[in-house]
Ligand binder design. Sequence first.
Ligand SMILES: Cc1cc2nc3c(=O)[nH]c(=O)nc-3n(C[C@H](O)[C@H](O)[C@H](O)COP(=O)(O)OP(=O)(O)OC[C@H]3O[C@@H](n4cnc5c(N)ncnc54)[C@H](O)[C@@H]3O)c2cc1C
Length: 403
Amino acid sequence: MPATPHVAILGAGPVGLDAALACADAGWPFTVYEASDTVAAHVRDWGHVRLFTPWDLNISRRMRTHLIAAGHPVPSGDDCPTGAELVARLLEPLAGLPALGGRIRLGTRAVAVARTGLLKHEQIASDARAAAPFTLLLDTPDGEDTAEAGLVLDCTGTYSHPNPLGDGGIPAPGERALAHRITRTLPPTDDPGRWAGTVLLIGAGKSAQTAARDLAALPGTRLVWAVRAPDPHWGAVPDDTLPGRQELVETSQALTDGTNERVTVHTGTHIQSLRPDGDRVRVTLATAQGRQEIACDHVISLTGYTGDTGLYRQLQVHECYATGAPMNLSAALLAAAGGDCLAQPAPGIGQLRSPEKHFFVLGAKSYGRLNTFLLRTGYEQIDAVVAAYAPAEQPPAEVSAVS
Ligand SMILES: Cc1cc2nc3c(=O)[nH]c(=O)nc-3n(C[C@H](O)[C@H](O)[C@H](O)COP(=O)(O)OP(=O)(O)OC[C@H]3O[C@@H](n4cnc5c(N)ncnc54)[C@H](O)[C@@H]3O)c2cc1C
């Protein structure tokens, strides 16, 4: 059994904060380690974007209960907040609650997690391994530090680990040398001058669709949109109950149909190479019509994000060879693939477990390369973990035994 009682929560995004509330409710000692100087750093990065999901889907039961108990207003209803509103009206108030007071270490990045005294290949999935505590290596404002934990919840998200833009998911020739010239997060477009000239946008997911919609509205911008699929369906969901998502699909289709003369959509296309050209970047596209070279003032790559699995390289986490998500969860998600993310069944603890006992990958990161993660699912994951460690009134063996 672990020699330390502590629950380490990595990342203070929405799911990490919900996990922290769950630990507080369960009476478990815990620390949240957050790499940034603020909570919810990733959500702030896309703060200008409006979520598809309404307030009622973005707030967990636990969050609501804690806010009410503290006398905070609880946002509710069918309105969809922006990321910034989610931070200001939900995540910051939660982080300020007495239940989490002093438990969030900002500016503290989890660099690596290991089983104390054991290498990755030792004591394979054994009880002896499960009994050893975890050691965390941390980068803190005061330098390197270590911490121990009996249970680790990796909620570090994906947004700071963008995928490369080249064919087959590897960097295109020239991409690495020009990394500083490529925007990889959803850009705000409230300053139209920032995006004047020719913008090459790569990607076809919801982030790319949002960027395409916003850039297409800028009169001084010529948008070239490179999409890998020959006949993209833009993730259309029949009879979509999320109007924002439906609207994006329709806008993307309209742009593909040529309704905006400043926008060219190249489907069935991949990026062959990039090279510098003075202030511009010259990009070669392999399109259905043959090779095309484009001189771009801006390159925006929104080809998805995958979490930092290197964090747990020394642990016995069984990852899916296709998605990179923990195996059991990945298998369940792939079996249900093609459906509406709203229709996903709640995750069971069996899907979240991996051979490395007491270590869980949760939140957006738990989906690996899949992009159907919803906040609601993350909160359900926390429910599943808490229920597994705190059956009925019995304190969790793994946690209480060491407290
Ligand atoms: C543009 C966009 C729109 C979205 N819209 C919706 C929507 O409408 N509805 C919906 O349900 N979902 C939506 N999502 C998906 C998902 O809900 C969000 O990505 C959500 O932020 C995931 O929450 P999280 O807590 O898992 O991770 P994150 O919000 O990514 O939080 C991770 C936290 O961990 C910190 N961190 C990272 N690495 C480390 C480390 N090594 N050590 C310590 N801390 C670390 C980060 O700074 C961050 O604060 C959207 C995602 C994006 C990108």
